[in-house]
Design a protein around this ligand. Structure first.
Ligand code: AMP
Length: 218
């Protein structure tokens, strides 16, 4: 299963990817996570990416494509992968097609996760990540206290939750604009390739998960 999850920031790509990983045993490949790791380590690539990320703009295609090429060459992707946050513009989508064509592993499906603008902003403001295990939780949509009570699988202690620096209001506005201008055109691109499935990504995580599974089973 080689799939792309397409959707605006806050549409639930990361959350649903993590669930797909557990159920299907294929890795999540998130360019956002790879870039954040590079920034945290202070690698030359991370230093180049940092400014664009903080401003909510896209990082240069050559940087992201280099990372994807390396990641998809790793053996754990042989039986499939979930691309989360990549591709983000037409040039990346075309480069991905070329790369997967070279290795004879074309995409099976692209799922567009639809959520309205107001809900996206609300979700992003409540989003927190555990600095130990990377789990993403939402303080606004999960039952009160649940995220804080749950034990982190890495440390056995409560999750240490932090808010991503680019989840502030000004950066989120820019990221949503970038999505509309650069990423949304991919909906038509994949529709023309007959790969596109659109699901309603509003509502409880478990319901969205069922819609996603139904779309993938088609
Ligand atoms: P995400 O975690 O997917 O929301 O990504 C966080 C930030 O990383 C984005 O706002 C971009 O600055 C950068 N980024 C992630 N994926 C890509 C990509 N495919 N192309 C360019 N920039 C990206």
């Amino acid at each position: 299963m080689r799939i792309v999850l397409l959707g605006a920031p806050g549409s639930g790509k990361g959350t649903q990817s993590q669930r797909l990983v557990e159920r299907h045993g294929i890795p999540q490949v998130s360019t956002g996570d790879l870039l954040r790791a590079a920034v945290a380590k202070g690698t030359p690539l991370g230093l180049k990416a940092k400014e664009a990320m903080a401003a909510g703009r896209l990082v240069a295609d050559e940087i992201v494509l280099g990372m994807i090429r390396e990641r998809l060459a790793e053996p754990d992707t042989r039986h499939g992968f979930i691309l989360d946050g990549f591709p983000r513009n037409l040039a990346q989508a075309r480069a991905l097609d070329a790369l997967l064509g070279e290795i004879g592993q074309p995409l099976d499906a692209v799922v567009q996760m639809e959520v309205d603008y107001g809900e996206l902003s609300r979700r992003i403001s409540g989003r927190r990540t555990c600095s130990d295990c990377g789990r993403v939780v939402n303080l606004l949509t999960s039952p009160p206290g649940e995220a804080e009570r749950e034990a982190c699988p890495k440390t056995g202690k409560p999750h240490r939750l932090f808010q991503r620096p680019d989840d502030n209001e000004a950066t989120v506005t820019e990221r949503l604009k970038v999505y509309e201008q650069q990423t949304r055109p991919l909906v038509d691109y994949y529709r023309e390739q007959a790969l596109l499935h659109t699901i309603d990504a509003k509502g409880p995580v478990a319901e969205v998960e069922q819609r996603l599974e139904r779309a993938l089973a088609q």
